[in-house]
Design a protein around this ligand. Sequence first.
Ligand code: SRM
Ligand code: SF4
Length: 563
Amino acid sequence: MSETAPAAVKKPSRNEELKTAIPTLAGNLAATLNDPAALCFSADDEQFMKFHGIYQQDDRDLRKAGKHYIWMIRGRIPGGVLSSKQYLVYDRLATTFGNQTLRITSRQSFQFHGVVKSGLGPLMKQLNEAMMDTLAACGDVNRNVMAPPAPARNGLQADVLADAHRISLALMPKTKAYHSIWVEGVQLDLDAPENKDFVDPLYGQTYLPRKFKAALAIQPVNDVDIFTNCLGYIAIEEDGKLTGYNLTVGGGLGRSHGNEETYPRIADVIGFLTPDQLIEISQNVLKIHRDFGDRTNRKHARLKYVLEEKGAAWFRQELETRLGYRLADAKPYRFEKQGDHFGWDTAADGTRFLGLYVEAGRVKDKDGYRLKAALVAIAQRFGPEFRLTPSQNIIIAHIAAADQAAVTQVLADHGIPVAGQATAIRRASMACPSMPTCGLGLAESERYLPTLMTHIEGLLAEVGLADEEIIIRMTGCPNGCARPYMAEIGLVGKGPGRYQLYLGGNEACTRLNRLYKDVVKDPELVDELRPLLTRYAKERVGGERFGDWVARAVWTTTTAATN
Ligand code: SRM
Ligand code: SF4
């Protein structure tokens, strides 16, 4: 008998069992969809639905009166670019089947919220009939691929956007269940030869251990927050032409309160590749996650943990072995800022584009502010392109120079100013949805940040910094959907009305911030920030940003609070 018992073999998670049992991801979705008496989908089907871009939720404001089921649907919109025709379909579906709003996400997509069960089938069918889809917008697969949204100032942007589309297509799951359920409205025929022993050619039978995220960036603007992605490409140019990309791997932000095994992580820069290598490298990075990610613990299953535990050198070697060739070394690169462009500007082709601030990414009509109606009017009259940004804002692109004033007028008629859209600090803020739709929210976020920003604007004026931009991001829980761990001030929900306060990210979003205070109650947030901002106003050197001042003056004199 051996002296020590063998280490217990950890059991794969429930999601792994589900994927193994039904690799087509069909679940029992069509039957429940077509059964008017069924109020909701089963717990197992909830997991399958995610791969189809759909979340089963319940309205948390109404919970006291019982569960009121609603569905959230997320689009697959690589690089966030939509034609006017496509935009009008999104708008119409949100009006007919959703809660009359469209939510621009922090990964350049749209979400419908508040869709009722009877609207789910028609919404999905009509979206697909308009040649758009939601496949793989959620689930253990590659998610919406991000790319810089600003229209081309040189040849680079169009190439990078085209590469975002190539990656998105190459990493799509191949199951026929999506088409069968949402377009044909019937359960997938599991006896058909192509479905019987279906195994996805890229993902295998069990897909990935967890979600996978990819983005492309054009330096010096890090608008896509490249280092927070599992897979990233930093464009390298020569004479305005794309020569290739630096590959980044292993970023991610999600964590859980009180669980030291979970943490945000900045990606490693692995090497350089040419555009013709892009697809095989993307697929092989994904396969390394597939083969080495932790399938026993979903909180520890992202690619970032493989990188952290095995190291960047190991990763590069594993990738090169799979590719059968060596990667070139990474080229020098430099990021200077993140964020969006606001107001009118001119693209390389001479057309005009307009960056519009959208509070918390919510396209809606409320009181005198009628953004939703204005965008419809602009789409119908001028036919521009709509570009969703990773900071939840929108760019109206390809407007003829002669139409610029008319577009400005349409917006003004709907209560939307083009000049002075919001203060610099408000424009640089982001919040995740949290209440009432997100089942994981611990504290308010989207509904609370605007009020808090008004108080912070007052505080900035009080200390003489009214025009200062400070990146503030809030989330209702530690999952990090609005990327709070990269912000100069990050607020992370801990419980109702309570937030963790993180400080010290930088303008280029290349540095993680640190926990400054573990619990701050919402009425005390401004008082907590007052002494810091007062000191910053006095001590900053030149145009030093708040986050850089924190890193210089606060981090060196305080010990980080504990998780
Ligand atoms: Fe997220 C889960 C919303 C970007 C990390 N996220 C969720 C869910 C689906 C809640 C759930 O699982 O039940 C949220 C739906 C709320 C609702 O009612 O709409 C949700 N995430 C969002 C969006 C809409 C936030 C936003 O303000 O725009 C973003 C949708 C992006 C998209 O179009 O695909 C969104 N989520 C992110 C990001 C930022 C990013 O990708 O750039 C992150 C951090 C980066 C990362 O992935 O590491 C993020 N979301 C998470 C996590 C934590 C994952 C982890 O590694 O632990 C969860 C929880 C989970 O997956 O179990 C989550
Ligand atoms: Fe929900 Fe948390 Fe994501 Fe906010 S950060 S949307 S509360 S999962």
